[in-house]
Design a protein around this ligand. Structure first.
Ligand code: LLP
Length: 411
């Protein structure tokens, strides 16, 4: 993983010994590397042409400091709720660089986005199109829209995070899209600006994008015959990261390939990467509380759990777990589990480790879909988040206090 290396058997993150970081900070905590995030953004943006817009997908990690950093590096945003739009604006984003996706935008959310004059809505159903038109008409505005096509492309990823297949709830079926564009053209408060797809997440090859572009292009040509001219195509997010040694797609190669595949069309290209911007830039630091060994199974019980990191129980996701101190002692096989009262509360299964209580463990590649998926289950405080910026450790979110967890409740 980026920024992580042993020096004299001691694990460093972004040049700082994790044991030193943890001396003053209560575990578990998330910590991110600003330099790694900047590097990922540069890898996407530096070779791209003028006709591209990179919209970071806020859902991957919506911490305000991260959003501010990401905006400062030249990215726009992809949001899926009023809350995410609120965050992006708070972080100083230019609304004209914000696209709004999601299958269930409410009237209130549509009004909020119209008020804020975002770049466009990615429309996911015919009814939503009419709802946006009515709301825009009420507000005497025109809504810029793009239709999200479901290109029915199979991608090799976990079924929960594939989004571009016929049976997924996302987007408008390819075969219905032409008729819906025709209807959109008739609506007084709708301004058609683009076409969009997002086929899934943690995708490790460019082919499914090229397949989707090939079919979407046919539709764009058909739209041209009825005088619907688009100004952009949005190819979604989805590039994966290496959690377990998977071969990576080179970001700039990916961007160049997509740009080439669209070079015959005069369209701006929008990308919506999330995971590949922040995923490999964050770790979760946790402390071993107890070592529990028996003839049936060995457990390392740590102070992080499914409340702080949901990916392993939710998707069977693999995250590398590394001790902060390298040991020459023989390893044993452990399930690394949290204190939450669920058998699904595991962070890693059958890991070869050598640990004792009090040791620190680093859970890798948790910058994306880590803290955002955390909860207060078992009334556990959501953990603090830090960022290493110019070799300094900055607190970017405090851990919840117990009073904060219960403050909206009454008795
Ligand atoms: N655009 C849209 C419309 C999306 O639905 C998503 C992710 C993205 C962009 C960003 O995709 P990325 O570049 O991050 O792959 N919680 C799951 C991932 C869910 C992804 C949902 N959509 C996980 O932890 O693996």
């Amino acid at each position: 993983m980026k920024s992580l290396e042993y020096k004299n058997d001691n694990l460093f993150f972004d040049g700082i010994a994790i044991e030193d970081i943890a001396k003053n900070i209560k575990t578990p905590f998330y910590i991110y590397s600003e330099d790694s995030i900047k590097k990922n953004i540069k890898d996407y943006i530096s070779d791209a042409s003028q006709k591209t817009l990179f919209c970071y997908s806020v859902k991957a990690n919506s911490n305000l400091s991260l959003l501010k950093l990401i905006a400062s590096q030249g990215m726009g945003f992809d949001v899926v709720s009023k809350g995410e739009l609120h965050r992006a604006i708070k972080a100083g984003a230019n609304p004209k660089r914000i696209v709004y996706s999601g299958v269930g935008k409410t009237k209130e959310e549509i009004a909020y986005a119209l008020n804020n004059k975002i770049l466009c809505f990615n429309v996911e159903s015919e009814e939503e199109l009419f709802a946006i038109n009515s709301q825009a008409s009420l507000m005497k505005l025109k809504a810029d829209i793009s239709i999200r096509i479901n290109p029915d492309v199979k991608v090799k990823t976990h079924p929960y995070i594939s989004t571009g297949m016929r049976e997924n709830k996302f987007g408008i079926a390819y075969e219905d899209a032409f008729e819906i564009y025709k209807k959109a053209k008739q609506l007084d408060s709708i301004n058609i600006v683009g076409i969009d797809f997002h086929i899934g997440s943690q995708i490790m090859s460019i082919e499914p994008y090229l397949d989707s572009i090939a079919s979407v292009k046919k539709l764009i040509q058909k739209l041209d015959t009825i005088d619907i001219k688009l100004s952009h195509i949005d190819v979604g997010g989805g590039l994966g990261i290496s959690y377990k040694g998977e071969k990576l797609v080179d970001k700039s190669e990916y961007v160049k390939t997509i740009i080439n595949s669209l070079s015959d069309l005069d369209l701006n290209i929008i990308f919506e990467p999330g995971r590949s911007i922040v995923g490999d830039c964050g770790i979760l630091v946790s402390q071993v509380q107890y070592v529990k060994e028996s003839s049936a199974k060995n457990f390392l019980i740590i102070d992080a759990s499914m409340s702080e990191l949901m990916r392993p129980p939710l998707y069977g996701a693999y995250h590398e777990i590394t001790p902060t101190r390298k040991s020459e002692m023989p390893n044993k096989v452990y399930d690394v589990v949290g204190p939450v009262c669920e058998s699904s509360d595991f962070i890693g299964k059958e890991r070869k480790l050598n640990c004792k209580s009090g040791d620190l463990l680093v859970i890798q590649d948790v910058g994306a879909y880590g803290s955002v998926l955390s909860s207060n289950y078992n009334t556990r405080p959501r953990p603090a988040e830090y960022m290493i910026s110019n070799s300094e450790i900055k607190l970017i979110r405090s851990a919840d206090t117990l009073d904060q967890i219960i403050e909206n409740e009454s008795c």
